[in-house]
Write a protein that binds this ligand. Sequence first.
Ligand SMILES: Cc1cc2nc3c(=O)[nH]c(=O)nc-3n(C[C@H](O)[C@H](O)[C@H](O)COP(=O)(O)O)c2cc1C
Length: 209
Amino acid sequence: MDLIQDLNWRYATKSYSNEKISEEKLDFITEAINLSASSCGLQPYRVLAIDNAELKEKLGANSFNKQIAHSSHLLVFAAYNKVTTQHIRNLVELTAEKQGVPTESLEGLFTTMDSYFSSRTDDQNKLWAEKQTYIALGTALIAAANVKVDATPMEGFDPELFDELLSLKEKNLHSVVILSLGYRDQENDFLADAPKVRIPVKDMVTRIS
Ligand SMILES: Cc1cc2nc3c(=O)[nH]c(=O)nc-3n(C[C@H](O)[C@H](O)[C@H](O)COP(=O)(O)O)c2cc1C
């Protein structure tokens, strides 16, 4: 039930105070992100956690979202441009290590996954990778609320500018969605006391027995 309180407490913060979030809270949120489910367990994205003021200012230059520059930290969720055989090999090796089994015993898993991703176009795999980032975004929103850190998910940013300033292309990545973290400016945020706007659960969920 506490989780429902956390989710009612959070909102897409428009205005932040100057207070920084602690390393401990940032670690908590990033660890939660890393525990997100992903299709095939491939985690086909990376997350950049930025608290450099100058860089955040530059990243926010073309956006109506002032939160990019005026928040404690900015998380950038960046998906793979291409899914490669090496990504699948790395996952199989990590699985073998974590589960204490020989890599050879997972050869069938490797072949199934590799032939699946190789049979699809790069664009199909790119779109698939982008969808996975949204699961991580959701986890981050919940984790932030759980430790009373305010957050704003944002698609309103210039992805080309982000990719360039963060040298993402060279890392086989592209920015998909971002999340600012910090503390609400209670006095100046017009949404700070606004009631949640959601359709009734019964209209959202159809129960079929
Ligand atoms: C994927 C995504 C993109 C969003 N982009 C923006 C944005 O660019 N700027 C912004 O202020 N809010 C953005 N929002 C916040 C939504 O407007 C907000 O979550 C929604 O109105 C529900 O309100 P609440 O989160 O405060 O409960 C985005 C939310 C999501 C999930």
